[in-house]
Design a protein around this ligand. Structure first.
Ligand code: SF4
Ligand code: SF4
Length: 302
């Protein structure tokens, strides 16, 4: 059990049924970010906000005690974690929370995004009902000032980088699907050859074998036509990590002339997937085999 305290807003705040939850820093980032964690905890307490503490939410399982208690926590949820808000929302969905429910609101805050005192004040306002951090569906194909979508810009940025070391120290590594964006097209299911994706009884795409996902492989995120696949711990591409990349935070200054002509996203994805197949001692499929696999899936009656 990892809850430190169970409480609602402090006495100075209007009464509102809400639970503030604060996720611990993921293990692999603890050496760097633990002081930030402590500062925000102190800032929350300094203005009378108590909170429940849970282990790094991405690394937990749905059946763990703390995720179960999260599902049972009373009232609205104000969740503070170490990923982009969109990623947090869909991680929590993965943990069995009703993230778009009408019964209670889910507010998601990225602890990295603001100074601790500012963030604590934001939480206070949310508790008071005068602010919101509910994550709603993003606008379709948002473009950055250079005319590229965040996903395209991130893909280009990565091609200019040496092989990133995203998941090396990560306890877990799996895709999180943003069902506000997913169109159920099954491209990801066709593409992944590790059996990570499946469908439920209603024919909806699901991440059925999340721990079969290969660490450091974000390939299917590049293949998804609507950018619905998020890898919250992916460090070199803000869009894949669930951020919007407004060209300010986390983005790279690009010299596009140096990277045009490199493999496009789908090709890059195939290279990444095939690299993982080789690492697993399996032979990458030929183009013909991929086509046959896709055709076979398309003929399955869902
Ligand atoms: S394609 Fe790669 S990243 Fe996507 S689910 Fe399969 S193994 Fe994981
Ligand atoms: S490729 Fe994207 S949109 Fe299509 S089913 Fe997968 S997650 Fe959904």
């Amino acid at each position: 059990m990892n809850f430190m305290a169970g409480a609602l807003a402090g006495t100075a705040l209007p009464v509102r049924t809400a639970t503030v939850v604060y996720s611990r820093v993921p293990q692999e980032e603890r050496a760097q970010r633990q002081p930030e964690y402590e500062k925000l905890a102190a800032a929350l307490r300094a203005i009378g906000i108590e909170f429940l503490e849970v282990e790094s939410i991405y690394d937990r399982y749905e059946e763990d005690d703390d995720t179960r208690l999260l599902r049972e926590a009373p009232g609205d949820l104000i969740f503070i974690g170490w990923h982009y808000p969109r990623a947090l929302k869909w991680i929590l969905a993965r943990q069995g929370l009703d993230v778009n429910g009408r019964a209670r609101a889910l507010h998601c805050l990225d602890a990295r995004e603001e100074e601790p005192a500012v963030l604590a004040e934001r939480v206070k306002k949310i508790l008071a009902g005068s602010a919101s951090a509910v994550v709603t569906a993003p606008p379709k194909s948002p473009s950055t000032s250079d005319g590229l979508t965040p996903r395209q810009r991130g893909d280009l940025a990565e091609q200019a980088l040496p092989n990133p070391e995203n998941a090396k120290l990560s306890a877990r590594w799996y895709p999180v699907v943003d069902y506000d964006a997913c169109t159920n097209c099954m491209e990801c299911l066709d593409f992944c050859l590790f059996g990570v994706y499946g469908v439920d009884a209603g024919g909806t795409l699901r991440v059925t074998n999340q721990d079969e996902c290969r660490s450091d492989c974000p390939a299917c995120a590049r293949v998804c036509p609507v950018g619905a696949i998020v890898f919250p711990k992916y460090v070199t591409n803000v869009a894949i990590a669930g951020g919007q990349d407004d060209g300010d935070r986390g983005s790279l200054k690009l010299d596009l002339s140096k990277i045009f002509g490199k493999p496009k996203a789908r090709h890059q994805a195939a290279l990444e997937r095939d690299r993982e197949l080789l690492k697993a001692g399996r032979k990458p499929p030929s183009a013909d085999e991929v086509e046959k696999l896709t055709d076979a899936f398309d003929q399955v009656d869902l």
